[in-house]
Design a protein around this ligand. Structure first.
Ligand code: ATP
Ligand code: MG
Length: 131
């Protein structure tokens, strides 16, 4: 998911270029704005964290790009491509290093396991939309 900060700052095209150059195939993609309820559900694993309310506020602050990507070893390779959660710690050349401003407004989300990639893909896309 390309987050509201990166969309607002005009980085959709550059980020998609990096993703494609990284060897990922875009299988499905949509441009939408999340509701409080859907952002809350998406980040439900962080419900107890102190930043949850702000995170939901930020994620609903503007449109996002949701996509399903395909590649061998996709989860691990995508997390390498996006870099550390805190952009000040993200390696040079990573998407968060180049396009993110803060630990909250960090430009992009990547699934953290194959299992969660399946869940998050189904959160944004029905099978009908995918094929
Ligand atoms: P994501 O799940 O978005 O790909 P991540 O897996 O690198 O990011 P998580 O620990 O899952 O990091 O945190 C989810 C999101 O919550 C982060 O991307 C960031 O937007 C926000 N977040 C994480 N830690 C903090 C924090 N300490 N303060 C504010 N926001 C935070
Ligand atoms: Mg995460």
């Amino acid at each position: 998911m390309i987050k509201p900060d990166a969309v607002a700052n005009g980085h959709i095209g550059a980020i998609l270029n990096d993703i494609i150059a990284g060897g990922f195939k875009i299988v499905a993609m949509k441009y939408i704005q999340l509701t409080q309820e859907s952002a809350g559900n998406f980040y439900a694993v962080h419900k107890e964290r102190p930043f949850y309310g702000e995170l939901v506020g930020f994620m609903t602050s503007g449109p996002i790009v949701a996509a399903i990507l395909e590649k061998e070893n996709a989860v691990e390779d995508f997390r390498k491509l996006i870099g550390a959660t805190d952009p000040s710690k993200a390696e040079e050349g990573t998407i968060r290093n180049k396009y993110a401003k803060s630990i909250e407004a960090n430009a992009i989300h990547g699934s953290d396991s194959d299992e969660n990639a399946e869940i998050e893909g189904n959160f944004f896309f029905s099978q009908f939309e995918r094929f």
